[in-house]
Design a protein around this ligand. Structure first.
Ligand code: C2G
Length: 130
């Protein structure tokens, strides 16, 4: 069984996220999503997600492509996660291209094209202008 992992905040879930998750699952048979906790988002990304972790987790668990959701609590857990969950493929959108190549010694690293026209920031801006 080919095991895939991807990381992210997945706040204001939109079809760009779903496109990513669908293609990530296509890389193997089992997809783990490491979901950024509220603390990690704020402390490390200065992001305040609209939905709290538990709600974002519940939404991801409802997606047919997702098999397991685990917390992402720090930047450095990827190396241990890949070993702990016996990951074959690490997947991220290509806005992160090259940033996680250090994992190539442990697993395949795949950067997938982002869905260009949609983002949480765009959604928030568009709603503000309405
Ligand atoms: N994504 C995408 N297309 C979009 C928006 C997002 O393909 N229009 C992808 C991103 O490239 C990422 C995933 O969806 O692979 C989740 O996006 P975010 O929630 O914005 O993730 P990010 O805040 O970049 O956190 O350790 C890695 C970080 O946790 C990634």
């Amino acid at each position: 069984m080919r095991r895939v992992i991807t990381y992210g905040t997945f706040d204001l879930l939109h079809y760009g996220h779903i496109n990513l998750l669908r293609r990530a699952k296509e890389q193997g048979d089992y997809l783990i999503v490491a979901l950024s906790t509220d603390e990690f988002n704020w402390n490390e990304k200065r992001k305040k997600s609209y939905f709290p972790y538990e709600e974002r987790k519940r939404m991801l668990e409802a997606i047919r492509y997702v098999d397991l959701v685990i917390p992402e609590e720090n930047w450095d857990q990827k190396t241990t996660d890949v070993d702990k969950y016996q990951i074959d493929v690490f997947v991220m959108g290509d806005d992160w291209k090259g940033k996680f190549d250090f994992l190539k010694s442990q697993c395949e690293v795949v950067y997938l094209p982002r869905t260009p026209e949609i983002s949480t920031t765009k959604i928030k801006t568009d709603l503000k202008d309405k």
